[in-house]
Design a binder for this molecule. Structure first.
Ligand SMILES: *Cc1c(COP(=O)(O)O)cnc(C)c1O
Length: 373
């Protein structure tokens, strides 16, 4: 079977995990700090705060941004449900805006239409790893006193010109699920340059409890700790962080490999009438190779590939059309036509470190046959 995405684990990763298992700290130990330091250094941010998943990281970012009941977060319908779910966890209101059909990312003009005094966050999704320009979102957010949170779950290691994804937004969330760029099994992180946001993220990750004497209201002695807000246990353990740290040392190679696979697909599919290869950018992270074919043939092509053990996927059924979102907010087909059209044509082709040229050629020739190249 050739999946659309897969982890890459080598002996160094296994050795790093074994070393933690033989050591003293299984959680809340030094591997957490080491992984956070490596992430912050790679992205070029002052702080990285790891979480138990990308979803928990997004929830932490919404909390840290101050999203509370009734406040609005503008985001994309072409994403995994976790992006807008993280808003709902805080009782905020996800407000969808349509996408730019070239990139699959939020369209700044559509976001402008949704801006209101209640906007607390603009949550941009760098869909598929495309390093969408955040300038328009930062300008709009500043104009209403909101923050920009980037859902960078597709774009660890991607760059925007000379800047890494993670440096431009107020906070950027990453995921370390096995199909993402690096993995910790489950896991995630938020990166930020802001000391106060980083503090809020750390408190939220660990029950809302602080242990820092200087910040306590009722300090009694070295045993004191205070719960100052409702937080969660969203920690990532040392076993996972050791794996993450080991994976980080391979991130550049992983990205290069994904770009090379994308280039091979681009070469064959770039000139196909009716088909659209992903918008290119030298900094693209290619979490997905989001290929588009005429909507009428997408289902058939999908089934044909699946029947041949090529486990393609579709990213994503637009979030506003999930039954929960329809019921809760009254959304219906046609509300975000660009995202819906994008979805109807999309098919994510296999792209991962370890995909052999032979296997990729098999994928290419199955598609070429079907599209009668
Ligand atoms: C993977 C992903 C998430 C959630 O990450 P988990 O680690 O699976 O919780 C959120 N948003 C996007 C766009 C993702 O791809």
């Amino acid at each position: 079977m050739i999946p659309y995405g897969h982890q890459f684990i080598d002996d160094d990763d296994i050795a790093a995990v074994s070393a933690v298992l033989r050591g003293e700290w299984l959680t809340q130990g030094p591997a957490v700090d080491s992984f956070e330091d490596a992430l912050a250094a790679k992205v070029g941010c002052r702080h990285a705060v790891v979480f138990s998943s990308g979803t928990a990281a997004l929830h932490g970012a919404m909390y840290a941004a101050g999203v509370v009941e009734g406040e609005e977060v503008i985001t994309s319908p072409l994403t995994f449900a976790a992006t807008s779910n993280s808003v709902l966890y805080q009782r905020g209101i996800p407000v969808f805006a349509d996408i730019d059909e070239k990139t699959g990312c939020l369209d700044p003009e559509a976001v402008r239409d949704r801006l209101s005094p209640k906007t607390k966050v603009i949550a941009s999704v760098s869909y598929s790893g495309y390093p969408v320009d955040l300038e328009p979102f930062l300008d709009m957010a500043r104009s209403v006193g909101a923050l920009v949170v980037e859902d960078g779950c597709h774009s660890l290691g991607a760059s925007r010109g000379r800047r890494m994804v993670g440096q431009d937004a107020d906070m950027t969330a990453f995921s370390f699920h096995p199909v993402k760029h690096i993995t910790t099994g489950e896991g995630g992180a938020v990166v930020t340059d802001d000391d106060d946001l980083a503090h809020r993220l750390r408190v939220f990750r660990s029950h809302g409890i602080i242990k820092d004497k200087d910040r306590m209201e009722f300090y009694e002695g070295p045993w004191s700790n205070e719960m100052i807000d409702l937080g969660y246990n969203y920690r990532l353990c040392d076993i996972q962080c050791a794996l993450g740290l080991s994976q980080m040392s391979k991130l550049d190679r992983f990205i290069e490999c994904r770009r090379a696979i994308a280039k091979r697909y681009d070469r064959v599919f770039g000139s196909l009438p009716g088909c659209i290869v992903p918008a290119s950018d030298p900094g693209h992270g290619y979490h997905l190779y989001a290929f588009r074919v005429p909507a009428e043939i997408r289902a058939e092509l999908f089934e044909h590939l699946r029947a041949n053990d090529i486990w393609v996927q579709v990213h994503y059924p637009p979030v506003h059309l999930h039954p929960y979102y329809r019921k809760s907010f009254g959304y219906a087909p046609g509300d975000f036509p660009v995202a819906e059209r994008f979805f109807s044509m999309e098919i994510s082709l296999p792209i991962y470190v370890g995909l052999s040229e032979q296997d990729q050629d098999r994928v290419i020739s199955l598609i070429a046959d079907r599209l009668a190249l």
